[in-house]
Design a protein around this ligand. Structure first.
Ligand code: CAA
Length: 255
């Protein structure tokens, strides 16, 4: 298998393991990612971390050698396959973190952008270079990048295809954290910040934030009323508020 799924304590670690091709994505690998997500969904985990094998690349994007010679129908189905698989990260039962350990280009950056958070190591290089191939992003890049960094920056990055280094990625909001050391260890430490909280509260919050940019403010505020009321109904909300008043650490049960 080219996609490996392992347990790291309370987390699942999904590794793209094709370092000789900089972890480039064939249709088969995307299907393996999809299968790994379905498997990890059944595990009792607090976060999913995604990284690339080797020290050069997170993922260099769609497999360009297999891109050529496709029929239009195959190409369209390929874009849909990538989008549907990456969209599963948006709705994944626990937050996901891309541990970007090298090149994250094209479909690789789109995979990272579909994660809830991104942590970049010192060698991380990010970009959507499709325009240099006469193409445009097809796995969600034109839609997720403006939501992360705003329209002007997204337009600039997509139309120039230029590479972004970690410090600039942090500055424009493309990544959440830049680290000098082991990026998977850093992603685990990042997840440790929220892994003790109620999964229900985390998911209501993710849902509300994700919908913020796709609905008018008045509708978003209505969504927040509904989701905050749903959170209030949980046993974990009772536990969290009781623990505060009783000056003890809450024991959340995801109920
Ligand atoms: N597809 C297929 N193979 C790839 C690949 C890709 N996207 N990226 C790298 N490789 C292969 C190379 O062909 C090479 O294989 P061989 O040894 O058999 O020749 C191997 O990986 C190592 O790559 P390089 O020798 O090029 O390594 P480098 O360090 O000199 O350069 C790089 C690294 C700058 C990332 C360069 O490989 C590169 O530019 N790759 C393509 C990046 C790209 O354009 N990605 C977008 C793809 S299109 C897309 O993703 C569409 C979409 O929206 C889904």
């Amino acid at each position: 298998m080219t996609v490996k799924l392992t347990r790291e304590g309370p987390y699942a670690l999904l590794t793209l393991d094709r370092p000789e091709a900089l972890n480039a994505l064939s249709f088969d690998i995307i299907r393996q990612i999809d299968a790994a997500l379905e498997q990890a969904r059944l595990w009792d985990i607090r976060a999913l971390i995604i990284t690339g094998a080797g020290d050069k690349a997170f993922c260099a994007g769609a497999d360009i050698k297999k891109l050529m010679g496709r029929s239009l129908e195959e190409q369209k189905r390929g874009a849909e396959l990538g989008q549907v698989t990456f969209a599963k990260l948006d709705r994944f039962p626990v937050p996901s973190i891309a541990a970007i350990n090298g090149y994250a280009f094209g479909g690789g950056m789109e995979l990272a952008m579909a994660c809830t958070f991104r942590v970049a190591g010192p060698g991380a290089r990010m970009g959507l270079p499709e325009v240099k191939l006469g193409l445009i992003p097809g796995y969600g890049g034109t839609q997720r990048l403006p939501r992360l960094v705003g329209e002007a920056r997204a337009m600039e990055l997509i139309l120039t295809g230029r590479t972004v280094k970690p410090e600039q990625a942090l500055q424009i909001g493309l990544v959440n954290q830049v680290v000098e050391v082991d990026v998977v260890a850093a992603a685990i430490a990042f997840a440790d910040q929220f892994s003790g909280y109620s999964k229900l509260a985390l998911n209501f919050a993710r849902d509300a934030v994700q919908r913020a940019l796709s609905v008018p403010l008045s509708e978003g505020l209505r969504i927040e009323v509904d989701l905050s009321t749903l959170a209030y109904q949980t046993e974990d909300a009772d536990e969290g508020m009781s623990a505060f008043i009783e000056k003890r650490i809450p024991q959340f049960k995801d109920r």
